[in-house]
Write a protein that binds this ligand. Structure first.
Ligand SMILES: Nc1ncnc2c1ncn2[C@@H]1O[C@H](COP(=O)(O)OP(=O)(O)OP(=O)(O)O)[C@@H](O)[C@H]1O
Ligand SMILES: [Mg+2]
Length: 342
């Protein structure tokens, strides 16, 4: 029966992680057919699809330098353009910008304007394009109001290297940055990360371990290099995440503020499946947004299957009532601003 066929274009690893087979079974019980899309094979015979859900992050990043990935991506894009009645979750341009921290941090840095009433912000940051002299970095750090310690993250936000980060404690250690990267003020947050998982118009908040507090201001401590997956996975536990002192328990993020954040980002990005990482400043209790993730793992969200199915059903319903129209082809509406860069 047409009208209820959903293609999933995911890597083998992502399929396993989200347990696509179990999801397909769950959907079958509700009259929705789930089909695995093989990107290496012609797409037309695999269709038709009413909805395609994908996570092509690997392919998009590899397409920068690999002609085979370029071809796979072009085939996918051609198929999507030739089938405007197939809804795409999520639009490729919206996703692509989140693979670049320069782009995603510009989006985060504008949130405090649109969410003025909710005391939501993102920590000040600096884009570093290429190897440059320390004094220009230092000047930019000061003029942009960044404060030590600084956290340094690669520009590319996807792939194993993207999780290699460092904590920089002094001007002299700015020599440890490896451009292209972002430098961001480290915000003390009591070692608790709040992961907000968005599925269409629903969202869920899950707590995770996070980096511990560090004394504010420069000090002569050596740069700490770490992998973020040793820090904020559900099972993470390391010296970097255990608080030295007894910290009074911070308030939970206000549910209204989190709802406003999820709503605002959903509208701005034109995306339905994403995650937002939020920390709470221990001094000001302000919500600080530090990361936006494409189609995350939804670990710790038992309602994920039912929420995803209900989002798919709402997309299918819109298609039925609106006639042939690309429900998922919302382009990102954000405009780029002028951040500081070195
Ligand atoms: N500005 C900041 N202040 C304090 N801690 C931070 C800051 N930015 C990042 N962190 C810590 O570093 C961890 C990794 O940062 P981030 O979420 O940006 O990286 P990631 O590797 O892209 O994460 P993900 O696994 O969600 O893709 C966070 O979970 C948090 O513990
Ligand atoms: Mg993160």
């Amino acid at each position: 029966m047409s009208g209820r066929r959903v293609g999933f274009c995911l890597s083998e690893k992502k399929r396993r992680r989200m347990n696509l087979d179990a999801f397909a079974e769950f959907c079958a019980g509700h009259g929705v057919e789930v089909v695995k899309i093989d990107l290496t094979q012609p797409l037309v015979p695999q269709g038709p699809f009413d909805v395609i859900i994908h996570k092509l992050s690997d392919v998009i990043v590899e397409a920068e330098h690999d002609s085979q990935s370029q071809q796979l991506l072009a085939n996918f894009q051609n198929y999507v353009s030739a089938h405007p009645s197939t809804a795409l979750l999520d639009p490729l341009p919206a996703m692509t910008q989140l693979l670049d921290r320069f782009a995603s941090y510009r989006i985060m840095s504008k949130l405090h304007n649109s969410l003025r009433d909710w005391r939501i912000c993102s920590p000040p940051y600096l884009e570093i394009y290429s190897a440059t002299d320390l004094s220009s970095i230092h000047q930019a750090v000061m003029s942009q109001g960044l404060s030590f310690p600084l956290i340094c993250k690669t520009r590319v936000a996807h792939g194993s290297l993207s999780h290699e980060m460092s904590l920089i404690f002094s001007v002299g250690s700015l020599a440890d940055v490896h451009p292209p990267c972002v430098l961001q003020s480290f915000v003390n947050h009591g070692a608790i990360l709040h992961k907000v998982f968005v599925v269409g118009d629903r969202h869920f908040c899950v707590e995770r371990p996070s980096l511990k507090n560090f004394p504010s201001g420069p000090c002569d401590r050596k740069t700490i290099f770490f992998n973020s997956h040793q820090v904020s996975k559900p099972e993470s536990s390391s010296d970097l995440t255990s608080l030295d002192e007894q910290m009074p328990r911070l308030p939970l993020p206000s549910s209204e503020a989190v709802a406003a954040l999820a709503r605002e980002l959903r509208a701005q990005l034109g995306m339905a499946l994403f995650g937002v990482d939020v920390i709470i400043n221990i001094h000001t209790h302000t919500l600080s947004v530090i990361d936006i993730n494409i189609f995350p793992g939804y670990e710790g969200v038992p309602q994920f299957f039912s929420s995803l199915l209900s989002h798919i059903e709402s997309v299918l319903d819109k298609q039925t009532s609106a006639g042939p129209q690309a429900t998922g082809s919302l382009e990102s509406t954000h405009t780029t601003g002028g951040p500081s860069a070195v």
